[in-house]
Design a protein around this ligand. Sequence first.
Ligand code: URA
Length: 203
Amino acid sequence: MPEISWELLHAQVEACTLCPLYQGITHKVPGQGDPHAPLMLIGEGPGQREDEEGLAFVGPAGQLLTRMLASISLPRDRVYICNAVKCRPPQNRTPTPEETNACRMHLRMQVALVRPRVILLLGSTALKATLGPDHFITRERGVWYERKGVWMMATYHPSALLHDASKKPDVWRDLQSLRDRLIDLRLYPDLYPAVSQETETTP
Ligand code: URA
């Protein structure tokens, strides 16, 4: 197996014809962000704006995602963001399991390159593509899983929030839980300075 690298990942995604989604797209959307981020975010697949620009989460859902991260003091450029599939499905339909299966080799290589300590799965497609088809977002959002030292949690996709504001309190709770996990693992120490455990003692 060749040594993995970002150059190989990008070349592999660019040349990929493993499923039919590459037909009729404008750009492949591999993902972007801090290549060694402690936190990785996985969404579903590119939408129209993402397809036009070749960048993940730059449309309305992406703008909401930026605000969600800001609500826990995380600048977006401090995380790595990608999708379960790298090509826009026609009419923004949900990618099929065959399409996410075909794209998994790219996602696996990205996880191996970033080596995140925590992964936030945005929506059902990311949850199933990463943890398996028997996982359900309504049942498992907010639940932490640990796989080979990597902590993973799913929450609703920002697009779902744009369509259904009643999901906001759950996502708010999930974001607090994410922040707590990052603090527990002492990640982003410049953003979340450790609170001193020492208590003042009276003489
Ligand atoms: N929705 C996603 O899942 N990913 C994007 O990049 C944009 C919208």
